[in-house]
Design a protein around this ligand. Structure first.
Ligand code: SF4
Length: 72
């Protein structure tokens, strides 16, 4: 496995925070002025060692908001 990038669709995110429970090094949830809180990706290009936790966040996000994009 090579480098990868984490992408989120903020339109779909409803701030459940499951991602932060799975991988707090990469995801946090921040308040926004209107509507639901939203995820913020703290580390867009995480270390390979975090991949399985990022994958858990992908798998368990209730809104299927998170995507791993392989870069090479
Ligand atoms: S688990 Fe999904 S919907 Fe919830 S805050 Fe994270 S990205 Fe957003």
């Amino acid at each position: 496995m090579g480098r990868y990038k984490v992408e989120v669709d903020l339109l779909l995110c409803q701030g459940h925070g499951v991602c932060t429970e799975e991988c707090p090094k990469v995801f946090e949830v921040v308040d926004v002025e209107t509507g639901y809180p939203k995820v913020r990706v703290k580390e867009e290009f995480p270390d390979e060692a975090l991949r399985s936790k990022v994958q858990d966040a992908v798998d368990y996000c209730p809104n299927r908001t998170i995507k791993i994009v392989e870069l090479d």
